[in-house]
Design a protein around this ligand. Structure first.
Ligand SMILES: Nc1nc2c(ncn2[C@@H]2O[C@H](COP(=O)(O)OP(=O)(O)OP(=O)(O)O)[C@@H](O)[C@H]2O)c(=O)[nH]1
Ligand SMILES: [Mg+2]
Length: 266
């Protein structure tokens, strides 16, 4: 007799074009969350040795905020559905999409929350801001007012989240509509703001698809890295005694835990 596996418990494999084997690079080194070329070595080792704990089951929440009609929905649809609609349909409240990735061989999912930019729907949308690991503030590179409003969007999103625990991205959309000269002017201001608010800056086009995939791969990778490091930190502090005996390498995480331990005993 054959045993039937309930279909809900078995997920299909991650799509081939959602496999991330290397750290995607930032858009501009002037405004990046970090500028390393590769994943953190502790993270790489943990993935190779399958010591990533619960990260493989984790779904990181990403909220996408910004003025009405700047292109939040189009950005998510370009990445998740490879579609683009030139007609504007306002988002009412919120929508969300799930995207599954495999990063360094470990499954990792993003839940992308597309929120409404229209004032009258904003209060519904803001009730969904809580628990975000990543905040994406979107503006239109052809509309300076939308860039000016970015700070307010950030402030509202941070009211519901712990500022020390979120990764921020400032994203300029509709690059296809901008001439190189116009673009470089707004880019200066955007990079300046991104540096001030400690966000990583990106510019892209959902119409042409330029940089869309690169951007979401970067979001997934940086969120993944933070989750693995947090997991290692947790398991490190749980087994301090055991691991110190095995490891004497001062560069590794466990040795750092040892240092912490000796400090607190002084
Ligand atoms: N040319 C061009 N048009 C774009 C691009 N992205 C979005 N648009 C257009 O801009 C308009 C608004 O896009 P949406 O994605 O619906 O805007 P939104 O930010 O989700 O708006 P709300 O849901 O009201 O907050 C639509 O007409 C899109 O076709 C882009 O990259 N290039
Ligand atoms: Mg929308």
């Amino acid at each position: 007799m054959s045993v039937r596996v309930p279909s809900m418990s078995v997920l299909p494999p991650v799509r081939k074009d959602r496999v991330i084997a290397q750290l995607p690079q930032c858009y501009s080194k002037k405004a990046a969350v970090q500028t390393k070329d590769e994943f953190n070595s502790k993270v790489k080792t943990a993935c190779q040795e399958q010591r990533t704990g619960t990260v493989g089951f984790k779904i990181a929440k990403v909220i996408v905020v910004g003025d009405l009609a700047v292109g939040k929905t189009c950005l998510i649809n370009r990445f998740c559905k490879d579609a683009f609609d030139k007609n504007y349909k306002a988002t009412i409240g919120v929508d969300f999409e799930m995207e599954r990735f495999e990063v360094l061989g470990v499954p990792f999912s993003l839940q992308l929350w597309d929120t409404a930019g229209q004032e009258r729907f904003k209060c519904i949308a803001s009730t969904y801001y809580r628990g975000a690991q990543t905040i994406v503030i979107v503006f239109d590179v052809n509309d300076v007012a939308s860039l000016r409003h970015a700070r307010q969007w950030l402030e509202d999103a941070l009211k519901e989240n712990d500022p020390t625990n979120v990764q921020l991205f400032l994203v300029g959309t509709k690059k296809d509509l901008s001439s190189p000269a116009q673009y470089s002017q707004i880019e200066q201001d955007a990079i300046k703001l991104a540096e001030e608010i400690k966000a990583e800056y990106w510019a892209l086009s959902s119409l042409t698809g330029e940089n869309v995939r690169e951007f979401f791969f970067r979001v997934a990778s940086l969120a993944f890295e933070v989750n693995v490091l947090a997991e290692l930190e947790k398991s490190g502090s749980r087994h301090i005694g055991d691991v110190i005996k095995i490891n004497s390498n001062s560069n590794n995480l466990y040795a750092t835990s040892k240092k912490k331990q000796s400090n607190c005993c002084q």
